[in-house]
Design a protein around this ligand. Structure first.
Ligand code: C5P
Length: 401
């Protein structure tokens, strides 16, 4: 199932110093082509002007419930009816209290009450205001009512205090907004992944490795989190931010990666081996740096354990997914690999299509044949692959005779 992206969003701004971040959010949304209708409370206008938000969203900002320019005086009903989601950014303590009690004393509270779409709030306030039992009660009530609470983050605050209450940054809010739209197909499932390259030391500074950015594995970890899974990511060395909410286990060599996997297999429902594991390692890596004085140098290499094959060969394995990067004969080599490693599902791609880039294309191979996924950002492919896994888990495929 592919969820269409949000097209129409209401961004509600309430009174708090973090209101300036709403300007950046409006800019990011407009850049992505989201039709953004900004609505500001009276308090918000003490912090930032509607003119700024109008320029960034490309639309007049709505502020007044009693604005007689709108036809039938039902602006709140009309715009709430059209929106795909409402995001309150920042959500002040006062506004959260009003929402929790169903109050409707200005345009934004009216819109929230009249909505039939998801409501997301990004709280921002002083740490003591956030921790106050009244605020916590209101947040708990809002969660029970189905409101999605994004953040707040921990850190230094405008008032000089340190703690929870900082508004989550606009880029992250956008990621969270997108995540909230994904179907929770993996709710309650435990997903374990390997990602990135392994590095096998030859001496104190040199080693054998594979080219791998880790982008596909990290995209899969993020997509699994979005779908409601508990995610553990055993990762080789990569230059990527780990997805928020993943339990990341950093490793270097294939044997460390194997240990990381085996230690986290308990209760695991799905194992996805995306890592580019080095096939061989040095039998006796040198502790010191090897000097450059030999005419020729012979390295003795021994094979590394095949992590995925070992997991798939366990008496009660989780649902195992493999990856195959090939430079030719993609389907044939990948299918051979799937059978050899006894995998229900394998995702195959051509090296030249996938390596290091943000986009790729995949062929999913299972007992029912091949399912091509056309070129798309890796996160989109990751969501499609996991939707396929969720489908297979629900309905185990039967071999074609
Ligand atoms: O390297 P190869 O093409 O055999 O990789 C296929 C799949 O097996 C990948 O999913 C990879 O992560 C996994 N693999 C592994 N341990 C290895 C080699 C590969 O888990 N030593």
């Amino acid at each position: 199932m592919v969820i269409p992206p949000i097209k129409k969003l209401i961004v509600g701004i309430t009174g708090g110093i973090a209101a300036y971040k709403a300007a950046e959010l409006a800019r990011l949304l407009t850049r992505r082509g989201v039709d953004t209708q900004v609505v500001m409370t009276e308090a918000a206008r003490h912090f930032i002007t509607p003119v700024t938000l109008q320029a960034l969203s490309g639309k007049p900002v709505l502020t007044d419930l009693w604005d007689d320019r709108s036809g039938n005086g039902m602006t709140h009903i009309e715009i709430a009816r059209d929106a795909d989601a409402i995001l309150i950014v920042p959500a002040s303590a006062d506004f959260l209290a009003k929402l929790a009690h169903g109050m409707a004393d200005d345009l934004l509270t009216n819109i929230c009450l009249a909505r039939s779409c998801p409501l997301l709030v990004a709280p921002a306030m002083n740490v003591r205001m956030w921790e106050n039992p009244a605020t916590q009660r209101n947040i708990a009530q809002l969660r029970r009512d189905g409101v999605i609470v994004l953040g707040p983050d921990d850190g230094a605050q405008a008032c000089g205090d340190i703690g929870a209450g900082r508004m989550t940054e606009p880029e992250t809010l956008l990621e969270m907004l997108e995540a909230s739209q994904q179907p929770k197909l993996l709710h309650g499932k435990k997903v374990l992944l390997t990602a990135g390259p392994t590095f096998e030391a030859l001496d104190a500074v040199r080693g054998i490795t594979n080219l791998s950015s880790g982008k596909m594995g990290y995209a899969l970890a993020r997509a699994a989190l979005e779908m409601g899974a508990e995610v553990t990511l055993v990762s080789g060395r990569v230059a990527l931010e780990p997805p928020r909410g993943a339990n990341v286990i950093p490793v270097t060599s294939a044997r460390e990666m194997l240990d990381g996997v085996m230690e986290n297999l308990k209760g695991c429902d799905i194992f996805i081996g995306v890592a580019a594991v080095a096939d061989y390692r040095a039998r006796n890596p040198n502790k010191q740096k090897i000097k450059k004085n030999a005419k020729t140098l012979t390295l003795e290499l021994v094979p590394n354990p095949d992590i995925l094959a070992r997991v798939a060969a366990l008496p009660k394995p989780p649902f195992c997914v493999g990856f195959a990067a090939e430079s030719e004969n993609l389907r044939e080599y990948a299918e051979q690999k799937r059978r050899r490693k006894k995998l229900p599902l394998l995702a195959a791609n051509l090296i030249q299509d996938a390596l290091g880039g943000d986009d790729s294309e995949l062929i999913l191979l299972d007992d029912n044949g091949a399912h091509p996924l056309p070129r798309a950002p890796k996160l989109v492919l990751a969501r499609q692959l996991l939707a396929h896994v969720a489908h297979m888990l629900k309905k185990p495929s039967r071999k074609k005779s």
